[in-house]
Design a protein. Structure first.
Length: 186
């Protein structure tokens, strides 16, 4: 476990004593973005997601997730380098989501649920409130898959939108994720 994730665990546990901690399995998880230009669509993906969730017995959930901006790959090295330049990865190397939700563990497994996380997204050095709908698939008490998507405004985060042939990409950046989490120590 990285030192950053150790800090995340400590923070989550300090706010939710006695909580169970679930950690993302990086090799089985992806986070992607989609942007649209009038001439084409671009998708980038990262498997460098770090995330933890603290589940308390009363149904409270605290979570924190982050990803290194430079870890996204679109299949075009020049485009990826330009994206890193536009997003100023030297100044803002991480995108971070911190949030809370309510969720009571089911009595039997497997199970599924819909959960909404309310929190804050720190992207390009700008923090904005955010609600993220999640599809939660509970394989067991110790193994969870979380999927979903949300849209981020590049303008709201003061990102200078790249252009091609004098046409900028759309303001909306679609974020989608497929995360596998396991109980720590299991």
């Amino acid at each position: 476990m990285s030192s950053a994730l150790s800090v995340i665990s400590a923070l989550l546990l300090s706010q939710a004593p006695g909580a169970r901690i679930l950690a993302v399995e990086t090799a089985r998880s992806t986070l992607g973005y989609r942007v649209v230009h009038k001439l084409h669509k671009v998708r980038g993906e990262s498997q460098a997601v770090e995330a933890k969730a603290a589940l308390s017995a009363d149904g409270g959930v605290l979570l924190m997730a982050r990803v290194a901006v430079a870890s996204f790959k679109s299949g075009d090295a020049n485009r990826d380098a330009h994206m890193q330049e536009v997003l100023e990865t030297g100044r803002f190397p991480q995108v971070v989501l911190k949030g809370k939700a309510r969720f009571l563990a089911p009595e039997t497994y497997p199970a599924a649920a819909k959960v909404v996380v309310e929190g804050e997204l720190d992207f390009h050095g700008r923090k904005r409130p955010l609600k993220v709908p999640l599809e939660v698939e509970l394989k067991s008490a110790d193994e969870v898959r979380v999927t979903g998507s949300f849209t981020v405004s590049l303008d709201e985060h003061e990102v200078e939108r790249p252009s091609l042939l004098f046409m900028k990409i759309d303001d909306a950046c679609q974020i989608d994720f497929d995360l596998s989490l396991k109980a720590e120590g299991k």
